[in-house]
Structure formats: structure tokens, C-alpha cells
Design a protein around this ligand. Structure first.
Ligand SMILES: [Zn+2]
Ligand SMILES: [Zn+2]
Length: 383
């Protein structure tokens, strides 16, 4: 997405998906709303039957005529299969809480190949997704064949997902003073950008590196490496630098340092880069999203600017404020607490920004993510 524009712009990569599916009009959600709106009489029947004694404002559901949509707890109580598609029926659709905001989803598994990731999105009710395009903890690169690219694009186009981003390898350190590690990192990062462009992804999320020796030198090396690669690899995929928790010598844990890093990139590249705001990282870095949400966001606006915000990673934090530790927790169960997430889901400044969960998966790949997305959608609706 262009620096002055919103998340919707990034979809240029997948022309078809974006043009035909503007944000906020996901087919599944739309279908449910339509049906709901078309059957006002049904709601009355439900009330008469007293099926939902304690539940405020029961919503009509698409399929079984006189049944209220389940609340989050009800869905959580249903026994979920370990894999595969959740049976939809009896109000079980993960999209059944109407939500008209920006793409919202989670980091999805690519076990079995990258084309296996998109079909997982509907299982959890996702309209945004993040994935690794290779093994994130290995240097080995994986160029995508034309067949793989085609299969992936077809699989993605068959979902309601309108924002898809890669997350680059954890091994990459574009700020390293070590020439060998630096060369390997630049090569790997370049491969990531090429793969993601080929796959038609909207963005690549990348962590600023570790400076190892001197902070200012590390930031300059990081900016130089990004510049080299973006000048060699052109395409629609935008680079989003992620704010970090601040452990060790990592760069990018303060808004000032992120602004400094991005500011060192040439003017011609500014529209091709942006920021990924990870709530757990920002909190662990020392920004108190729990008690000073407005103060933190004002600071972000002043120093980095909302025009650069390309993605939110919505994670609660197991680690306390300013701990510099990167430990993700389910929304509402960590030290940030649900208040900040309610704010994010209702604040107009984030209305057009894609949002992706990186919270613990639990026993399977579906249950937790599905619950978290329902929870966030409920927050957006003021519940
Ligand atoms: Zn990350
Ligand atoms: Zn993150």
C-alpha cells in the first residue's frame, strides 16, 4: 500500500481479489447479514421460545430458522475436530458476527506446502492471513515453481481473504556487521521479496536486525540492505518493518528508531515500505497500551505517522510492560488486557489497517484463532 494510502491499496497484487472484493464486503459475512436482515420475523420467534434467556439481542442465523447465533462461549464449547473444515451449520459459521472493518485474520500454517494455507482461512473466519513462504528457521531457500505459484493464487482467490502477507525468516539480520551473515541475510531477504511478489502477496513483514556493535551503524546497515534489495526487486509487494520488543541489540523497538530506519531509505522507496505494529512487542518495549493507549498512539502518530501503518499484529503479551521479552498471549489473557484491543477494533485510525493474530494456537490450528477472531469482531461491534 502506498505510504499515504490505506491497507486496501496493497491488494493491487491480487487485482482480481481486491477489485471484486472491497474491504468490508466479504462474501460469507455479507451472506449472513443479508439472510439475517431478510428474516426479522424470526427474531421474535426466538424470543418467544426463550432459547436465549440471558443473552442480549440474539441474532438470527442463516440456516436453522429459529435459532440464535451462538456466542463465543457456545462455539468454544463445541468439540472441534483436530484438522479439516469445521462443520458449518446450526449457526456455526466463523463469520457469523457481522464485521465490516479491514481484513482480519491470523498467521496460518503452511504444513504440507504454501497452497495449504489459504483454505485454512475460512476455517477460522479470516479475511486476512500471514504465512511463511519457506522454513522460517532455516537458510535454505525455496524458489517457487510456476505451478506452485498458480496453485497458491488459485487457492487464495477461492477464499474471502483480501490481504495476505509473508513473514520473513527469523535468521535474517540485515543490520549485522559480520560480512558473511550480512551477505546471507541480504540474499535470503531478496529471495523472500521475489517469492512474495511472485505469489502476489500484499506485503512482507520483516524484523529490523541486531546491530551487534554500534546502534547507529546497525541502523545504517539495515537501511542500506533494504535499499539494495528493493532497488533490485520491484513489484507490488510492500515491505513492512515490524516494531520489535527490544531484546538484546535488536533495532526498531522505539518509534524514534523505526522512524530513523525508514527515514534513511531513499525517497523513491518510501511508498514501498511501511510499519507493522505488533501490540505485544510495543508493550514489551515499554509503551503502556493498557493504561495509556491514547498517549502511545499520539506518540506513534507524531514520530512514525499513521500513514506508514500497514499492518497490526494483534497479540496480548505474556511478558510484562518494558520487559523487552517477546511472548505472545491470547487476546485479553495477557498483561495488556482486552481494553487496548477493544480500542483498536473501534478506533477510526485503524479502521482500514489489516489486522493479523499471532497468538498461541493451542491443541489444534483452528479453535483458538477462531475464538480470537470472533472476540475481536464482537469488540468491533461494541460487545
Ligand atoms: Zn514478527
Ligand atoms: Zn508480530
Amino acid at each position: 500500500m502506498a505510504a499515504k494510502k490505506t491497507g486496501t491499496k496493497t491488494g493491487a497484487a491480487r487485482t482480481k481479489a481486491v477489485v471484486t472484493k472491497p474491504i468490508g464486503k466479504k462474501p460469507a459475512a455479507k451472506a449472513v447479514v443479508k439472510k439475517a436482515a431478510a428474516k426479522p420475523a424470526v427474531v421474535k420467534k426466538v424470543v418467544v421460545k426463550k432459547v436465549v434467556v440471558k443473552k442480549p439481542a440474539p441474532k438470527p442465523v442463516a440456516k436453522p430458522v429459529a435459532k440464535p447465533a451462538p456466542r463465543e462461549e457456545a462455539v468454544a464449547a463445541v468439540k472441534m475436530p483436530k484438522t479439516g473444515v469445521i462443520p458449518v451449520g446450526a449457526g456455526m459459521s466463523p463469520y457469523d458476527i457481522p464485521y465490516y472493518g479491514a481484513p482480519l485474520g491470523a498467521h496460518l500454517s503452511t504444513a504440507g506446502g504454501i497452497a495449504t494455507a489459504p483454505p485454512r482461512a475460512p476455517d477460522i473466519g479470516a479475511t486476512a492471513m500471514q504465512l511463511f513462504t519457506k522454513q522460517a528457521n532455516q537458510w535454505k531457500e525455496k524458489p517457487c515453481t510456476d505451478a506452485e505459484v498458480k496453485t497458491f493464487r488459485t487457492a487464495l482467490a477461492a477464499t474471502p481473504v483480501t490481504f495476505c502477507t509473508a513473514h520473513d525468516s527469523y535468521l535474517i539480520n540485515l543490520a549485522s556487521p559480520d560480512p558473511v551473515l550480512r551477505a546471507k541475510s541480504i540474499e535470503s531477504f531478496e529471495c523472500e521479496m521475489r517469492r512474495s511478489n511472485a505469489l502476489g502477496l500484499d506485503a512482507v513483514v520483516s524484523h529490523p536486525g541486531n546491530f551487534m556493535d554500534h546502534r547507529a551503524d546497525g541502523i545504517a546497515r539495515n537501511a542500506d540492505a533494504i535499499t539494495q534489495v528493493l532497488e533490485r526487486v520491484t513489484g507490488p509487494t510492500r515491505l513492512l518493518m515490524e516494531l520489535t520488543a527490544g531484546q538484546g541489540t535488536v533495532i526498531g523497538s522505539t518509534f524514534e528508531e523505526m522512524a530513523d530506519l525508514l527515514g534513511q531509505l531513499p525517497a523513491a522507496l518510501q511508498d514501498r515500505v511501511g510499519v507493522c505494529f505488533d501490540t505485544a512487542h510495543v508493550y514489551a518495549s515499554g509503551y503502556d497500551l493498557a493504561n495509556d493507549f491514547d498517549g502511545v498512539m499520539t506518540r506513534f502518530s507524531d514520530v512514525v505517522g499513521f500513514h506508514r501503518l500497514g499492518l497490526l499484529h494483534l497479540n496480548d503479551s505474556k511478558a510484562p510492560l518494558a520487559s523487552k521479552k517477546d511472548r505472545h498471549e491470547l487476546i485479553g489473557l495477557g498483561s495488556i488486557g482486552e481494553g487496548a484491543f477493544r480500542r483498536i477494533m473501534t478506533d477510526q485510525r485503524f479502521a482500514a489497517v489489516p489486522k493479523v493474530l499471532e497468538t498461541p494456537k493451542g491443541d489444534d490450528m483452528i479453535t483458538n484463532d477462531r475464538r480470537m477472531l470472533r472476540k475481536l469482531r464482537a469488540f468491533a461491534g461494541g460487545r
